[in-house]
Design a protein around this ligand. Structure first.
Ligand SMILES: [Fe+2]
Length: 385
């Protein structure tokens, strides 16, 4: 297990962060934020004021969409010229990934593409400046993981990864996600659920990641429906933030599965948000994996039992869990969330039958316990066209 950084779980906790940075002697920082929702809610002004109060000169950058190679290199160049001592992200997973990459690349001599897994020719040194992350959506778990996903649309979507990249401080502040639209809350939440489920059944899972993943699934199961209602409730938002945070730890330690194996390929082909891919594929890929286990005669195996336990956790009945109860609970819950909350189809993002056939052939199932072959993945993708 790698260790995570300092964790602050508090309403308005984001306003404590600049003072914490100031007490460490930090005087110059880069602040990366997302789109206009932080402006509309008034939080941007309050956060900037907190940095001024802490006597920290702040260079501000806005990140729109998922981080590209060019975006990371541009911000890194400006941050180097500003001699930043720290990078802070306040935003969704894309903002946190971009900031994580910038915090590392200000200490490297070359552009980020040279350090990306499967694309670059260099290994990251692990050097970086201080990095803190404040998620405004509960989804990717980037605030507790040590990789950042960077893409060049039409070409690739790859990770910048080093164990030293885990944020020094993560702030889970439910106030920041109160104004998040239900559709974004739902899609982000399904990314977190996907990460928890995939790392829970992963072939690299171990008792510690199992405990964290199962706890995350319980939190998500009890909060998901309430968090996506269009009525602000800090408790349910806080539960989803914690579930996402746990998913970042479990994915970093146990790995992921077929949904993320396919998501990486689809995200490199077309401009489609990562959480939409997860939300639209999670049920179908889980159902296909369970069908394959059943047809292979593995109903008595540990993987099948784990899928059942995950179903009971999501349904809030983990005390008395049998495979007969848990498997239908899992599939019913995931199906309901997919159909009710995440309606987009892959065709809306420019995918065709031909593109999906190529994507299936190029995908792998990562650390999944059930390997779906290209034909099986293609059938799943076509069902979501
Ligand atoms: Fe994800």
């Amino acid at each position: 297990m790698y260790s995570t950084g300092q964790l602050v779980c508090a309403s308005q906790g984001v306003l404590q962060l600049p003072g914490m940075l100031g007490s460490m002697g930090i005087q110059r920082a880069a602040l990366l934020t997302g789109g206009s929702s932080l402006d509309r809610s008034g939080w941007r002004a309050r956060i900037e004021e907190a940095f001024r109060d802490a006597s920290i000169a702040c260079q501000i950058h806005r990140v729109k969409g998922e981080p590209s190679v060019e975006l990371v290199d541009d911000i890194t160049r400006e941050a180097k010229e500003f001699h930043v001592q720290a990078v802070t992200a306040v935003g969704g997973g894309s903002v946190i990934d971009a900031a994580k990459a910038v915090s590392a690349m200000v200490c490297e001599p070359l552009g980020v593409e040279r350090y990306l897994e499967g694309v670059g020719d260099r290994k990251p040194s692990g050097k970086r400046v201080h990095f803190s992350a404040v998620p405004t959506t509960a989804g990717t778990g980037s605030e507790s993981s040590f990789n950042a996903v960077i893409s060049r649309i039409g070409s690739f979507k790859k990770s910048l990864r080093h164990e030293a990249y885990t944020p020094d401080i993560a702030v889970l502040d439910p106030q920041l996600s109160l104004t998040c639209p239900p559709s974004v809350t739902a899609a982000s939440g399904l990314d977190a659920v996907t990460q928890l489920l995939e790392s829970y059944v992963s072939v690299r899972a171990h008792p510690i990641t199992d405990a964290l993943a199962l706890q995350g699934l319980c939190l998500a199961g009890s909060a998901f429906d309430k968090a996506v209602r269009d009525e602000p409730d800090e408790d349910f938002r806080a539960q989803m933030l914690l579930a996402a945070y746990l998913s970042g730890i479990t994915l970093s330690n146990a790995g992921l599965g077929a949904v993320h194996g396919v998501a990486g390929v689809l995200g490199g082909m077309q401009d489609i948000p990562h959480n939409i891919v997860c939300g639209t594929l999670l049920f179908e890929i889980t159902a296909a994996s369970i069908r394959k286990l059943e047809s292979s005669g593995y109903r008595d195996g540990e993987t099948y039992r784990k899928y059942a336990r995950a179903g009971c956790a999501l349904a809030g009945s983990s005390d008395t869990c049998t495979a007969e109860d848990g498997i239908p609970m899992l599939l019913n819950t995931l199906s309901r969330w997919q159909e009710q909350l995440v309606r987009p189809r892959l065709s809306e993002y420019g995918f065709t039958k031909e593109k999906l056939k190529r994507a299936a052939a190029a995908s792998d199932c990562k650390q999944a316990p059930v390997i779906l072959d290209a034909g099986e993945l293609e059938a799943v993708l076509l069902s979501r066209l």
